[in-house]
Write a protein that binds this ligand. Structure first.
Ligand code: PEP
Ligand code: MN
Length: 340
């Protein structure tokens, strides 16, 4: 349930409503909103919400009360009708401008990450990606450089003026990673690691939340809910391909997810065509499709020498191909009334 206050409602009226919500056994969560405050009524209390709705509706300063039937509340458009803008070290995601994040799958060496950072910056990327803690299907594969990798990533970001996004796999590492990165990535495999979601929520750092390959759109929004209810509204949703019966590509890009998520939620939506296709040749066409479908951004794997990459080389673009992707993405952004 959400309680929408009148545009001119006073602080006193708001506090009466909040007290009444608490007295009914629920937790109020206030969205300050641009025009009017909206209060989400959260909790597990099993009572007749319709009766409660009438009580709240009659309080002074209340414009209307809506029942939200979906299980996701704080991530829903009913709670916040306006698009959420997420600020990653000064780069705004979710506004008019489409944002491209790019860089290697893994940070491998100083030369590699600095070369990649320089190349993606020159091509037009605005956020640098790179994994230091890598979730690999096999324990025998390269697991990432860990803390030294984080430091190299942060240095490359600082040298190019790009904020950085990197994956956090364990709640115990959140503090460490916050010291080096402007945005925390929750990888697809950890989308439903609820302890981790709460920890990144408490950090208040912007979060890039990737959809699990076997998870539905509503599961992704429930995962976002975990971060939001810790008081962190800086969440970007990422479609990165799902598992289907189709095995011609590494994953299947669920392009539907872009307009569906934009309709259901106020959170920005980006697409990762590198992981959703698994093959560099298909990355640019799917990147174009994502922007045409209304994505607020892209995250792309770029490596100075993909043949030598220690992870995901097959789906990584060489810098020159990435430059071409940005040119094409900019044209599509213009065609749908946005900038890049
Ligand atoms: C990655 O970004 O390199 C990664 C491991 O992504 P995902 O969690 O989507 O597989
Ligand atoms: Mn990768």
């Amino acid at each position: 349930m959400v309680i929408v206050m009148e545009a001119g409602a006073s602080a006193g009226q708001l506090s009466v409503v909040l007290d009444r919500v608490t007295a009914s056994g629920f937790r109020p969560h206030v969205n300050d909103g641009v025009e009017r405050k909206v209060i989400a009524v959260l909790g597990e209390v099993d009572i007749d919400k319709v009766e409660l709705l009438e009580q709240f509706e009659n309080l002074p300063g209340v414009e209307r009360v809506n029942l939200i039937s979906a299980p996701f509340k704080l991530s829903s458009r009913q709670y916040q009708p306006e698009d959420r803008i997420v600020d990653v070290g000064g780069v705004l995601i979710g506004g008019h401008q489409v944002v491209i994040m790019a860089g290697p799958c893994s940070v491998e060496s100083e030369i590699q990450i600095h070369g990649a950072a320089q190349a993606v910056k020159e091509a037009g990327a605005r956020i640098l990606r790179g994994g230091a803690f890598k979730p690999r299907s096999s324990p025998h594969s390269f697991q990432g450089l860990g803390e030294p990798g984080l430091k190299l990533l942060a240095e490359a970001g600082a040298a190019t003026g790009l904020p950085v996004v990197t994956e956090v796999m364990d709640a115990h590492d959140v503090e460490l990673i916050c010291r080096h990165a402007q945005m925390l990535q929750i990888g697809a495999r950890n989308m439903q690691n609820f302890t981790l979601l709460r920890a990144v929520g408490q950090s208040k750092r912007p979060v890039l939340l990737k959809r699990g390959p076997g998870c539905r759109i509503k599961d992704l929004l429930m995962a976002a809910e975990y971060v939001l209810c810790e008081g962190n509204d800086q969440v970007v949703l990422c479609e990165r391909g799902i598992t289907t019966f189709e095995d011609a590509a590494r994953n299947t890009t669920d392009i539907n997810a872009v307009p569906i998520l934009k309709e259901l939620s106020h959170l920005p939506v980006v697409l990762d065509p590198s992981h959703s296709t698994g093959e560099w040749r298909w990355v640019t066409p799917i990147a174009r499709a994502a922007i045409a479908a209304g994505a607020d951004g892209l995250i792309i794997e770029v490596h100075p020498n993909p043949q030598a990459a220690r992870s995901d080389g097959r789906q990584s673009l060489k810098p020159a191909r990435f430059t071409e992707l940005v040119v094409q993405a900019r044209a599509i952004a213009g065609a749908v009334g946005r900038t890049l």
